[in-house]
Design a binder for this molecule. Structure first.
Ligand SMILES: [Zn+2]
Length: 168
């Protein structure tokens, strides 16, 4: 690793520590020439094979920007997006495979996105799973409703409503 300040061709590691729960290592380095210090971050390469066959490194930022588009106009914060990106990365790393398809990444996004915002989930899923028409949306919504407890009444906007007990 060359020095970013003076371009010296070598550097010395002065400290190493695990970061992000062990998924990366930060190294503090010192240039033997100019003496300045800098940090490098090392992560295991996780490659994504695109539909075109091209392979590129997994990018949490790309996941987040794709999801951000689906979340336009929704009450989703940048913090929540960052957390989702982290969950997706943890999920794909936990798969133990060094190579993933874009399909695997899409699947890893759907779960956390469903928890985050159902409208954004439907937008994302409709593109990602190539919904063909209303029946695909209906099936997805039926599945979402099935997962909700309690099942909302017709016309309910999804909010939980207290049902008054029947009079004796
Ligand atoms: Zn230097």
């Amino acid at each position: 690793m060359h020095c970013p300040f003076c371009r010296h061709s070598d550097s010395r590691v002065v400290d190493s520590r695990a970061a992000d729960d062990g998924s990366s290592i930060r190294r503090r380095r010192q240039c033997p020439d100019c003496g300045r210090r800098f940090t490098t971050v090392e992560t295991a390469a996780l490659m994504v094979i695109k539909r075109s066959g091209v392979t590129e490194p997994f990018s949490r930022e790309k996941v987040i920007s794709g999801v951000r588009k689906a979340c336009q106009g929704r009450p989703v914060t940048e913090d929540a997006l960052a957390q989702l990106g982290q969950r997706v990365e943890e999920c794909v790393r936990a798969s133990g495979s060094a190579e993933l398809s874009t399909h695997d990444v899409g699947l890893a996004i759907l779960g956390p996105l469903k928890d985050l915002d159902v409208v954004a989930f439907l937008r994302f899923a409709s593109v990602y799973q190539a919904y063909d028409g209303l029946s695909d949306f209906e099936a997805a919504i039926a599945e979402l409703r099935g997962a909700e407890q309690p099942v909302p009444a017709p016309g309910d906007d999804g909010a939980t409503v207290a049902v008054p007990a029947a009079a004796p």
